[in-house]
Design a protein around this ligand. Sequence first.
Ligand code: SFD
Ligand code: AMP
Length: 638
Amino acid sequence: MGSFGNPDIVETDVDILIIGGGMAACGCAYELMRWAPPGLRVRLVDKAAMERSGAVAMGLSAINTYLGEQKPEDYVRMVSNDLMGIVRDDLIFDVGRHVDNSVQLFEEWGLPIWKQPGDEEKTLKQGGQPVRSGKWQIMINGESYKCIVAEAAKKALGMENIQERVFIVKLLLDTQVENRVAGAVGFSNREDKIYIYKANAILLVAGGAVNVFRPRSVAEGMGRTWYPVWNAGSTYAMAAQVGAELTMMENRFVPARFKDGYGPVGAWFLLFKAKATNCRGEDYMQVNKEMLKDYPPYGLAKVPASCLRNHLMMKEQREGRGPIFMRTDVALQALAASYEEEFGEKEAKKKIKHLEAEAWEDFLDMCIGQAGVWAGENIEPEKVPSELMPTEPYFLGSHSGCCGIWVSGPADIAPAEWNWGYNRMTTVQGLFTAGDGVGASGHKFSSGSHAEGRIAAKAMLKFYMDNKGYTPSLPGSASELAEEIYAPVRMYMEHKDYTTAIDVNPHYITPKLLQARLQKIMDEYVAGVSTQYVTNTAMMEIAVKKLHELKIDSKKMVARDLHELMRAWENYHRIYAGEAHLRHMLFRQETRYPGFYYNMDYNFVDEENWKCFVNSRIDPKTGEWSVFKREHKDLVTK
Ligand code: SFD
Ligand code: AMP
């Protein structure tokens, strides 16, 4: 048995390795096993427990992508508009044509989906009409959403092929074949064990990145963010380190959220038809609507892009007309009045109670902390409004953002330069991704991420069949890899007796303090909340220098237990994700996403020079970054 500082090494050979246990991973596991040839060796490795891991951990109250009667082309148009025109239409169309089937499976597996009156007994597959909150979104009773989806994945794979609480640290390139992934290495955060995997094909779906920027929460609230704190940029960092091309890493998502609890706003805007106003009660989307004319599509969109909605809101905050309020009171009272008119007083009373329960349930289903804030602050949403606030920036490729990895598209739609044989394969042979991992293709949400995991599964199987004769050959010995992973433990053992204050030591830095330093740099120089999302070239150049110093000092991170070892490695991943973001932002000489960030040297959208993808790559041999443009194409016309 291994002991702390002296781990056992376990080596495993598989055909297909899935890194992550979230929505995309669960979709992949399910689809893989539908088509798997007998004897296929699959392993799924999640840093947490699949039942509650990833972004859907707390549950959700809506599925944000369900097309129903609408066409995939319309879905492409909506996503392109929301992401300011620079997206991969091929990838989005592909999600659009497959996503509904995943939602129908969720229902089959036990997820309660709200139905229109009269259709309660019919499933979606049987033609039951869902309750739509918006054009693309449907309402669910989703507290157990992740448990349900994970159960199906576990059943497909078998628990013997799943390892929970194993954190993957890095991917390994083949020593014999150029630009070919051969394996991955990680450690258990519960036992003293290092795991080394050899694999023919790998799906890297470890979610987005949170806590790269200093969050608004302070002190004991620091664990609270909107996107999940446990998604630490592992997807982007590990792919970048082995030379996979990244795309649109300058993009970030800054959601407007209920202040302090980070409660999502979608159901309030769309289902309850609430308006958000400044302190004078003015609807900033109306008052400031002329501002939309400065940005594509120049005031013509029916629903302005998410960043532009922020842009109009932030003007109010900057000019002293905050706080911004979500008028829950006005919306619920208006609905109550309409019930009274339609159903009479007695029946309306019941309906109003139900409505108020739904308002609470929206948060109890997916963001319990927000219900906590309401209870703690004695907020009755039907009587008083609640404050909204833009959050700290997040990196993600599945929600209303589009940073991620550059992947091969579907053979039947993608132009030649966007297709290199296997759908959702990165530019590294054998390495695939989905969900938050795929760049330039946002608005997949939970359902689209699951569907994309399924798309990747099929392509991976094809890749495996085409490469059956391949034998992975890993760099370095097992003990060298183990030493690298346990370096923070060694650093601690060596220097721990130098001081009596365990977290202050001239020889080392704890992960918590290093994370604070990273967050301070990103926040103050790279357009975080402290500068109201504003930066410029001079500020970002300082950040480049400071990140360089931070990377040198990061070698001195320590781990006092296995949990902290995970914290240390999460930080290494966050640093890479943050650096990619910064380098891309410096490269893009325009402000493509006002409301997400402003580069004041170029505070405009430049369609002529910058309607293009910004991609980057690290040379895995030298560690050098290159950042460059790739041509954009609209496949679906307006
Ligand atoms: O309200 C490692 N999302 C919403 N989607 C919807 O459909 N409806 C909503 O209502 C949505 N909203 C919402 C959403 C998310 C959150 C947090 C809130 C509200 C509060 C978005 C979706 O959840 C999201 O799009 C998908 O979950 C993305 O799927 P995927 O598979 O790309 O990521 P994941 O599910 O987070 O899973 C990541 C997995 O990786 C593991 N992991 N494992 C091993 N080694 C490592 N180094 C690892 N690093 C991470 C994780 O444990 C996890 O299993 S609303 O705001 O609009
Ligand atoms: P959110 O709760 O903000 O994550 O949003 C959930 C869904 O609703 C996403 O599909 C958003 O794009 C959409 N959405 C949120 N707010 C609005 C709005 N004001 N107008 C239109 N769509 C919105």
